[in-house]
Write a protein of this length. Structure first.
Length: 176
C-alpha cells in the first residue's frame, strides 16, 4: 500500500489525481488497526460501546485464565461490552497465577477485560471475586475491596425467586 493509493478524477484537467490527505488518513487508520491487532485487541473492540446492551440481574464468570495465550479475552471483552448486570460473580481462575509465575503473558485484550470490569464497578455494578486455585494468591486479600471489586472466600447468591446458592470455585473438592 502506498501513501497515494486513492485516486479521484479531476474534472478541470480531465485526469486522475491523487488525494494525499485522504490517503494519509486511510494509511493512519490502517496502521492503528494493525497496531491494535499486534497487541492482541481486535479493532472492533476499540470503537464506541453498543447503545443497546442486554440487562441481566446476575452474571457468573469463571475459569477465564487471563495471563495465558489460550485465554479468549477478546470474546469475553465483546461479551462484557454487550451485557450489563447488577451483580457479576468472578468465580475463580479469572487470572492464571500458576502460568504467570512461569512466564509472563499479558496483552492489551487481557488488560481491556480488567478495565471493563472496573468500569462496570464504577457505574454501580456489584463485582464479587471468589478466588480459585489458579488465583489463590488473592485469597490473602479476602474481605478487601479493590476498585469496587470485593474479594471474598464464598458467597450466597439469592435468585429472584428466593432460592439460595453457595458460590465457590470448587477447587476445594479437587483431589490434587
Amino acid at each position: 500500500m502506498t501513501l497515494f493509493d486513492t485516486t479521484l478524477f479531476d474534472k478541470s484537467r480531465g485526469l486522475a489525481t491523487e488525494k494525499p490527505a485522504k490517503a494519509a488518513k486511510k494509511a493512519r487508520k490502517e496502521a492503528a488497526r494493525l497496531r491494535a491487532r499486534r497487541n492482541g485487541l481486535d479493532e472492533r473492540l476499540l470503537g464506541p460501546r453498543p447503545k443497546h446492551r442486554k440487562q441481566h440481574r446476575t452474571l457468573f464468570l469463571s475459569d477465564i485464565h487471563l495471563g495465558t495465550p489460550g485465554c479468549k479475552a477478546e470474546l469475553l471483552l465483546d461479551f462484557l461490552r454487550h451485557n450489563d448486570a447488577e451483580t457479576f460473580y468472578l468465580v475463580g481462575d479469572i487470572i492464571d497465577g500458576w502460568r504467570i509465575k512461569r512466564s509472563w503473558y499479558w496483552n492489551a485484550a487481557h488488560n481491556a477485560v480488567v478495565q471493563e470490569l472496573l468500569r462496570k464497578a464504577r457505574k454501580g455494578a456489584t463485582i464479587i471475586y471468589v478466588p480459585g486455585n489458579h488465583d489463590e494468591a488473592l485469597r490473602d486479600y479476602t474481605g478487601l475491596n479493590f476498585g469496587g471489586v470485593d474479594v471474598i472466600g464464598e458467597a450466597i447468591h439469592e435468585t429472584a425467586d428466593g432460592r439460595q446458592f453457595l458460590v465457590i470455585h470448587g477447587d476445594q473438592f479437587d483431589s490434587v
